[in-house]
Each structure stands twice: as structure tokens, then as C-alpha cells.
Design a protein around this ligand. Structure first.
Ligand code: G6P
Length: 363
């Protein structure tokens, strides 16, 4: 059974390892011919009328939304905003004329997200799409349209495969919508093929865990804090990576936009402070490299997660290259594993971290 832990010590590790299979399942669910995703025609027609997309989420789903924002804007040219459900639920937003809401929620039960959906339905009379892992969940039922993540049951409190599935399904929707809108970036984007590359890349990482385990042992066993840095989507992955570390290892971890370090955060760097840099975007790689030098010269213990085409000798974790838009699917995986091994090193229950619930049904 899918929800069995099998020989895995923790569900989280099993779910990290399942990510290539989840991507294949998404490919099977959403593609028949090579490169054109199959989505309901009425959903695409409704989305084409939107002058702005609002992506709503909490926690890890919010982080998947941040990556999605880049996908939607690149592939559809529709301005896209990502909002925290708990904030937006009680804000007075200046909505566009034709807003379209996209709810990202693994469980489909998060009260904060539901509160936004209630307002979208009752107050703003705006169409919505829920992307969720749970069929017939509350947000699934109450939205205008719904798509499934096909990630299979996620048991560990720390979300892993739901995050990658959310990004993949966002890419499917963005590609289909972009093609419907005749946007050339979308027409040229070989999404199905790129998803196969991403699945292979993740497989390569989960097959080779020793390097990551060693970094966790060296840098994360006793440290009080740790920082992830990156730019653009690498920054968004840094936020998710830091959240993973906080949730299950209780290390005070933060994700920072690497260009912002010098405007304050660098004051926190001490001798041996762990800093993990994510470098997958060609346009900003050299800038992040400079930021890495800056923290190194203040004593930081730096590790680098880098895509192969941008790697330099001595970089710690080299991940295969693929479309930059989809690299967050891959660059997050070493970070998931670092959090897992840090939690193990510290002797915690990886699947059931203190104070946290898998699904939060209070506001
Ligand atoms: C809880 C979970 C997180 C999750 C968040 C949103 O806080 O512990 O892992 O990201 O809720 O959940 P959702 O089901 O809406 O994606």
C-alpha cells in the first residue's frame, strides 16, 4: 500500500524518494501527446479572461506558489500575485477587474486558505481553481475548478512531494494557458520532456545521499542557526529549504535573498555559521558567487547547491541541469535531505515534529 512505510525508518524519507514517481504520475495524468497538457476547456477559457492571477497558500504551499508566480508570468504573461492565506483573508485587497484565484493546498483543509475562498465566492464573485492532493476536500469542493496533485498520501508533517507536485502542476496549467493565449515562450516550452529530465535529476540525487548526509553531520548537528541564500527562484527555494530545517531539526534557519545580506543580515554571520547557497540561475549566478565570498570571508561554513552548467570545482552538491524554470523541483531535494539528516543527527522524531500539525483547520 502506498501509505505504508515499508522498510523506511520515516515517512519523510520515503516521500522524498517518491518524487520522481510523482512527477511521472503527473505526466501520465496531464499529458497524452508529447507536449500539450490536457486540461478542461472551460477552466482554460475562464483563466484566459483573467487580467490577474492570485495564488493563495500557506506554509510550503505558499512557497510553491512563489515559484508558480514566475512560471505563470513567463508562460502566460498574465500578472500574477502570490499571497499568504492568513494575511489575505483579512486584508482589503485592491483586486483587479477580472481576478482568478488559484488555491494551493496539499490537504484541501487549511482554514486560512478556505477563508480566502469563502471571500472569493461570496464577496468577490471570482472564479477559482483548487490544486490539491485530496479529492473531495473542502477547498476541492468549494472552488469553481479543481485539479489533483497525484502525489499520493503525504504522511510526514514536513511536506516534500506535495511541494514538488504543486510546482509541476502549476507548470502544467501555465503551459496550457500560455499555449491557449498563443504565447511563444509557452509554445516553445517542452514541459513533458523537462519533467522527465527533472524526475531523472531527482532520482540521481536520492540515489546518492552520502554527500548530503556528511554535510548535515559536519554543519548541522549542533549549530544554533543556519542560512539559505539565493536569488530569484533560488531565493524562493531558500525559503522552503529553511522552513524544512526549522520544522524538523529546530535549527533557527532563515532563507534570504542573497543580495540583501549586505543590507543587514550579514551581521549574523560568525565563525562556522552554516550558509547554504542555491545557484541555478545563469543571470544571477555570478552575483550570488560574490555574496558567497562575502559570507566566507566573515567565517561562514558555506555549502553550495548548484546546477551542473554553473558548477565550479569544489562545489558541494551539483545537480543536473534542465530548464531554469523547473530547477526548483530539483534544487529543493538536497535541502529536504539536509533537513532530514539534521533531524536524525539531533535525535528527533522526523515525521512528528513538536507543535506542528499536518493540516491546520483553525485560523
Ligand atoms: C501545515 C503543514 C505544512 C503545510 C501548511 C499548508 O502548517 O504543517 O506542511 O505547508 O499547513 O497546508 P496545505 O494542506 O494547505 O498545503
Amino acid at each position: 500500500k502506498e501509505a505504508d512505510r515499508g522498510t523506511y525508518p520515516y515517512y519523510m524519507l520515503k516521500e522524498v524518494d517518491e518524487q520522481p514517481a510523482v512527477l511521472h504520475r503527473i505526466q501520465n495524468a496531464y499529458f497524452d501527446t508529447d507536449d500539450m497538457p490536457l486540461l478542461p476547456a472551460n477552466l482554460l477559457a475562464e483563466m484566459q479572461k483573467a487580467d490577474r492571477l492570485y495564488i493563495v497558500g500557506a506554509g510550503t504551499s505558499y512557497h510553491a506558489g512563489l515559484v508558480g508566480q514566475r512560471l505563470f508570468e513567463k508562460l502566460t504573461k498574465i500578472p500574477t500575485e502570490v499571497v499568504l492565506a492568513s494575511e489575505f483573508a483579512y486584508a482589503d485587497p485592491m483586486l483587479s477587474k477580472h481576478p482568478f484565484f488559484i488555491f494551493l493546498t496539499q490537504s484541501g483543509e487549511t482554514a486560512d486558505s478556505r477563508q480566502v475562498l469563502v471571500r472569493a465566492n461570496e464577496e468577490w464573485h471570482a472564479p477559482s481553481l483548487t490544486i490539491t492532493n485530496v479529492e473531495n476536500s473542502t477547498l476541492y469542493r468549494e472552488a469553481t475548478y479543481q485539479l489533483l496533485l497525484n502525489a499520493g498520501p503525504e504522511i510526514a508533517v514536513a511536506s516534500t512531494k506535495a511541494y514538488t507536485a504543486q510546482i509541476a502542476v502549476e507548470a502544467v496549467v501555465a503551459k496550457a494557458l500560455g499555449v491557449a493565449l498563443k504565447i511563444s515562450t509557452a509554445q516553445d516550452f517542452k514541459l513533458n520532456h523537462e519533467l522527465s529530465l527533472a524526475a531523472n535529476a531527482i532520482q540521481a540525487i536520492v540515489d546518492e545521499k552520502a554527500t548530503i548526509k556528511a554535510i548535515a553531520h559536519r554543519d548541522l548537528e549542533t549549530t544554533r542557526n543556519a542560512f539559505y541564500i539565493g536569488r530569484g527562484v533560488d531565493y524562493f527555494v531558500a525559503l522552503e529549504a529553511a522552513l524544512k530545517l526549522k520544522e524538523i531539526s529546530y535549527i533557527q534557519a532563515e532563507g534570504f535573498a542573497s543580495g540583501e545580506l549586505k543590507h543587514g543580515t550579514i551581521a549574523l554571520i560568525e565563525d562556522k555559521t552554516p550558509v547554504i547557497a542555491i545557484v541555478t540561475q545563469e543571470k544571477t549566478a555570478s552575483h550570488t558567487r560574490s555574496n558567497i565570498q562575502e559570507v566566507k570571508s566573515r567565517g561562514a561554513q558555506v555549502s553550495i547547491i548548484v546546477s551542473k552548467n554553473l558548477a565550479k570545482p569544489g562545489d558541494d552538491i551539483v545537480i543536473p541541469s534542465l530548464s531554469e524554470l523547473l530547477l526548483p523541483l530539483v534544487s529543493v531535494v538536497p535541502a529536504q535531505l539536509l533537513a532530514y539528516y539534521a533531524s536524525l543527527e539531533r535525535g528527533y522524531n522526523v515525521d512528528q515534529p513538536r507543535n506542528l500539525a499536518k493540516s491546520v483547520t483553525v485560523e
